[in-house]
Design a protein around this ligand. Structure first.
Ligand SMILES: NC(=O)c1ccc[n+]([C@@H]2O[C@H](COP(=O)([O-])OP(=O)(O)OC[C@H]3O[C@@H](n4cnc5c(N)ncnc54)[C@H](O)[C@@H]3O)[C@@H](O)[C@H]2O)c1
Length: 255
């Protein structure tokens, strides 16, 4: 197992990519704290999947844009499992509107969750990792949209672009502590965040035409990459973005 004796936190892990990462980490031997927002019980499906795989996990509620709740998330995880080795900034949101009509309150909400959240979480996680010694891993779930423009999605693209530079900058600052920081940039992965496209055959066909491999990615495929980046095999990788997009970015002519 690749993550034996490691302790991980995955944000937004009640659904989608976060759930798949939490389950994959637990299968590789990590003890996992599943962060969620919403009613108690929201993360039960993730907990159940981990239990069925023979893994160890707890569910903790924390809004990642709130400094006090982020602090409590780290403290409760360390209180339960004794340490923190891996932090996955997965939680994210999007609202789509034409730029000329984008409401400021929705812009601000996206910035709070997609940028302030990863900043606060990475900072709190890194402080803990520095204090305990021995290094650590921070993995941010970014997007192809850290490079690729998407009309009607300006705040989302802007926050993912900012996450790219947050990752590069703190990777350099944290390297002396043997803490690596990397991004995963998914393309179109079949999860609740794209429910509008999944429910509309025309929009779905247009999206598939943009993907050389011609299909949605699976959350489990993103989770496999996260396991690699969290493992000792990736000890010399930092400040990088790994795209997992079926070739979407190359076809679009991105960087
Ligand atoms: N699905 C895709 O095609 C795709 C592509 C590129 C990037 N991503 C990124 O992957 C990540 C996961 O998205 P997903 O596709 O699994 O969608 P999802 O909607 O299933 O997951 C997002 C999770 O974040 C949680 N969340 C929202 N606000 C939060 C907050 N303030 N605090 C804590 N948790 C919060 C939600 O409750 C949800 O569980 C996001 O960062 C998203 O931008 C997804």
């Amino acid at each position: 197992m690749k993550l034996s004796n490691k302790v991980a936190i995955v944000t937004g892990a009640a659904t989608g990519i976060g759930q798949a990462i939490a389950v994959a980490f637990a299968r590789e031997g990590a003890a996992v704290a599943i962060d969620y927002v919403g009613k108690p019980g929201t993360a039960d499906q993730t907990l159940e999947k981990i239990k069925n795989a023979g893994g160890r996990a707890i569910a903790l509620t924390a809004d990642i844009s709130n400094p006090q709740q982020v602090g409590a998330l780290i403290d409760q995880t360390v209180g339960r499992f004794g340490r923190l080795d891996i932090f996955v900034n997965n939680a994210g949101i999007e609202f789509k509107h034409p730029f000329l009509e984008f409401p400021i309150d929705q812009f601000q909400k996206i910035v709070m969750v997609n940028l302030q959240g990863p900043f606060l979480c990475a900072q709190a996680a890194a402080r803990r990792m520095v204090q305990q010694g021995g290094g650590g891993r921070i993995i941010n779930i970014s997007s192809v949209h850290e490079d690729l423009p998407m009309p009607t999605n300006a705040p989302y693209c802007a926050t993912k672009g900012a996450l790219r530079m947050l990752t590069r900058t703190i990777a350099v600052e944290l390297a002396p502590h043997k803490i690596t920081v990397n991004n995963i940039g998914p393309g179109a992965i079949f999860t609740p965040i794209d429910a509008d496209v999944e429910a509309n055959p025309q929009m779905e066909a247009a999206l598939m035409a943009e993907i050389p491999l011609g299909r949605w990615g699976k959350p489990e495929e993103v989770a496999g990459l996260a396991v690699f980046l969290a493992s000792d095999d990736a000890a010399y990788i930092t400040g990088a973005t790994y795209f997992i997009d079926g070739g979407m970015l190359r076809q679009a002519g991105g960087l």
